[in-house]
Design a protein around this ligand. Structure first.
Ligand code: SF4
Length: 278
């Protein structure tokens, strides 16, 4: 029988400093709205993650707590707002992500480009990672993002091939690998992440690493899935920190330039380090 009580290594106290600073700027960071356990560490390094294109997603992944439904119209002033926020927080590095916007003709791609351009124009010294949706595998739309030249483009596989269909919504393992391949082929740092604790096996994790490397991925994150609400899929296992450390070692040996692997690792963890892969 699976013991679903949280182990000690996942019981962390969330530090409260920095929150007032973020609150002052009325930022919509997923660091604070998602109660990320690493947010003080990231903010301490001058990094924060913003979610754009609203807070309602057209998809319904079983691990995700974002509301599913009909999103509101895009806010034309959002690009400038994000750029101003990055500027007033003096961020050295920023991560931008979004909900999926399958309701829009261009799936939100032109809005993404507007955000990247506005942030770069106002913050020429700030590096940027964009954690993008799959854009339904549309290469023309992904190309628009790449042409805006963020330093790192990430797209999460989320889980191993066998479990993809049952926990992700619409997205497929194969299309996600193609997204990664397109990013790497363009010459931008390609990054991806998976969660453990959904029922995957060691062999499947290794297969996933091999698939990502074959697609040209150079940065990988591996973290523990935590059930965000009762409506989400249950945790099938709390993976021990030593096992995470082993995956870090294996990933590095296989050829990833960076592997962040640990129970509390999220896709933005230590993101500022992933700009450089030499
Ligand atoms: S597409 Fe992303 S934001 Fe939407 S439900 Fe899935 S994980 Fe959550």
């Amino acid at each position: 029988m699976i013991n679903r009580r949280k182990p000690e290594w996942l019981k962390i106290r969330l530090p409260q400093n920095s929150l007032s600073e973020i609150g002052k700027h009325r930022l919509h960071t997923i660091c604070s709205s998602g109660l990320c356990p690493n947010r003080n560490e990231c903010w301490g390094c001058g990094t924060a993650t913003f979610m754009i294109c609203g807070d309602i997603c057209t998809r319904s992944c079983k691990f995700c707590n974002v509301t599913t439904g009909r999103p509101k119209p895009l806010e034309p002033e959002e690009p400038d707002r994000i750029a101003d926020s990055v500027n007033s927080l003096h961020l050295k590095h920023t991560v931008i992500t979004s909900v999926d916007r399958d309701d829009l003709a261009d799936l939100g791609a032109s809005h993404w480009v507007a955000v990247i351009k506005a942030v770069k124009a106002k913050n020429p010294d700030t590096t940027m990672e964009v954690l993008i949706p799959d854009f339904q595998g549309r290469k023309d739309l992904i190309h628009l993002i790449l042409e805006a030249h963020p330093e790192v483009v990430s797209h999460n596989l989320e889980t191993v091939r066998r479990l993809s269909k049952s926990v992700r919504s619409r997205a497929t393992y194969e299309i996600s690998l193609e997204v990664i391949r397109q990013i790497a082929d363009y010459g931008i740092v390609a990054k991806s992440g998976i969660m453990l604790g959904l029922g995957e096996t060691r062999d499947e994790i290794i297969e996933t690493m091999d698939g990502l490397l074959d697609a040209g991925c150079s940065v990988m994150t591996v973290g523990q899935y935590l059930q965000p609400s009762r409506a989400n899929i249950e945790v099938s296992e709390y993976v021990h920190p030593e096992t995470f450390a082993e995956y870090q070692r294996i990933g590095k040996e296989k050829g990833f330039k960076h592997v962040e692997s640990g129970p509390l690792v999220r896709s933005s963890y230590h993101a500022e380090r992933h700009v450089r892969i030499d």
